[in-house]
Design a protein around this ligand. Structure first.
Ligand SMILES: Cc1cc2nc3c(=O)[nH]c(=O)nc-3n(C[C@H](O)[C@H](O)[C@H](O)COP(=O)(O)OP(=O)(O)OC[C@H]3O[C@@H](n4cnc5c(N)ncnc54)[C@H](O)[C@@H]3O)c2cc1C
Length: 365
């Protein structure tokens, strides 16, 4: 079989994977979207309760919108802010139901590895002409190999949270205490309410995920006054901690930071700065967190909002060359995601009007 007749495999059916598929369909290519979860937007559904700080106008890819318009879809108000769940229900699910997209989508299919057919890592001559071979596994555990002429890795980062340890690795005791640690943003006021109401909770991290978790916890503590919230961050000064405020390019993001600043200033929230977590230990009083200089706790629960990283193990065997291309032209990539796009041979600006490069992989940076 000729490599050129093979599909372009896309790993992940989040907003980026589906936008990539829409672009490929528009160019007359055959995408094959492999999604680990049973539904498109599986990762987003894990934080479906969180309202995005980006309005709809930055979330909908133009090629995806063009496909959707053929089905009579009515676009949401461009100035509105969806929750994660609304993003999936009002955009990704209708997009996945467009017949061309539906035909390209393999749900419940996890990509386990990507390699070059017939090439191990040591063999180079002729590698660029060999098709890619993706080992996939269905949710029932069935394995098979799928050939592709190019691969777009749009698997996101949500499944790879950063650990709590100051060295970028697990803190001592962190793995043992995993049942008391939530990586991401729990639905504090909804399905995870019982877990946090009336408990002593430590939130670690200084990004917008931390802000969202903290705001929900403070609201919960108004309902359940015995709920205690401590916020630990690594940095010492708080100058840029709360973001751009009114001058933030995304007003809703600026407001998140402002609301947190108010809570800290009103002392509704205890902030511990310069916390470098080295070890966690369960004591009879609760979990104690040992920093370089400070001891925090005891607490009952920890929420780790310390960011996420791409799963590079997928492409470990493909011999792909990673090049950062920050001037992504796709509307979605530019506006939605801080992206690191790996493209071999083609600068991203050439991508729209040029043949499909043989290897592409996309990962968040
Ligand atoms: C709480 C929260 C709030 C956010 N708010 C905003 C915001 O307001 N504005 C903004 O710009 N960004 C926001 N983001 C970032 C936003 O989620 C991401 O930018 C966006 O979801 C990335 O889309 P994606 O398609 O790259 O990845 P994802 O949405 O993570 O999708 C990746 C998909 O790949 C699938 N997958 C993973 N591994 C495999 C595999 N091995 N095989 C097959 N499938 C796989 C997953 O199941 C998932 O469906 C937010 C993120 C979080 C966590």
């Amino acid at each position: 079989m000729k490599t050129s007749s093979l599909p372009v495999a896309i790993i992940g059916a989040g907003p980026v994977g589906l936008a990539a598929a829409a672009h490929l369909l528009r160019r007359g290519e055959t995408p094959l979207v492999l999604e680990a979860g049973p539904l498109v937007g599986t990762s987003i559904l894990q934080w479906g309760h969180v309202r995005l700080f980006s309005p709809w106008r930055y979330l909908i890819d133009p090629e995806a919108a063009a496909l959707l318009e053929t089905t009579g879809w009515s676009a949401p108000d461009p100035a509105g802010y969806p929750t994660g769940l609304e993003l999936v229900e009002q955009y990704l699910l209708p997009l996945a139901a467009v017949p061309q997209m539906q035909a390209a989508l393999w749900p419940s299919t996890r990509v386990v590895t990507v390699a070059r057919a017939g090439f191990d890592k040591m063999k180079t001559p002729g590698r660029e002409h060999a098709p890619f071979v993706l080992r996939v596994q269905t949710s029932e555990g069935m394995e098979r190999d799928v050939l592709a002429r190019a691969v777009i890795d749009a698997s996101g980062t949500y499944s790879q949270p950063n650990p709590l340890g100051a060295n970028g690795t697990f803190a001592l005791g962190e793995r043992v205490l995993h049942n008391a640690i939530f990586y991401g943003i729990p639905d504090v006021r909804g399905r995870n309410r019982e877990r946090y109401a009336g408990r002593r909770v430590l939130v670690v991290g200084s990004g917008h995920s931390a802000f969202n978790a903290l705001l929900d916890l403070v609201q919960l503590s108004e309902q359940f006054p015995s709920t205690q919230v401590v916020w630990a961050i690594r940095r010492q000064d708080t100058l840029q901690l709360f973001g751009g405020g009114e001058s933030d390019g995304l007003p809703a993001r600026g407001q998140l930071g402002q609301r947190i600043r108010d809570l800290v200033e009103r002392e509704s929230l205890r902030l511990a700065t310069k916390v470098s977590i080295g070890a966690l230990a369960r004591t009879p009083e609760g979990i104690v967190i040992q920093g370089e200089e400070e001891r925090i706790g005891p607490v009952d629960e920890i929420i780790a909002t310390t960011g996420f990283r791409p799963d590079l193990s997928l492409v470990r065997n493909s011999g792909s060359l990673l090049i950062r291309v920050l001037k992504a032209r796709w509307h979605l990539l530019r506006s939605l995601i801080p992206m690191c796009i790996a493209v071999e041979r083609f600068p991203h600006t050439a991508w729209r009007n040029s043949p499909i490069p043989s290897r592409i992989s996309i990962s968040s940076g």
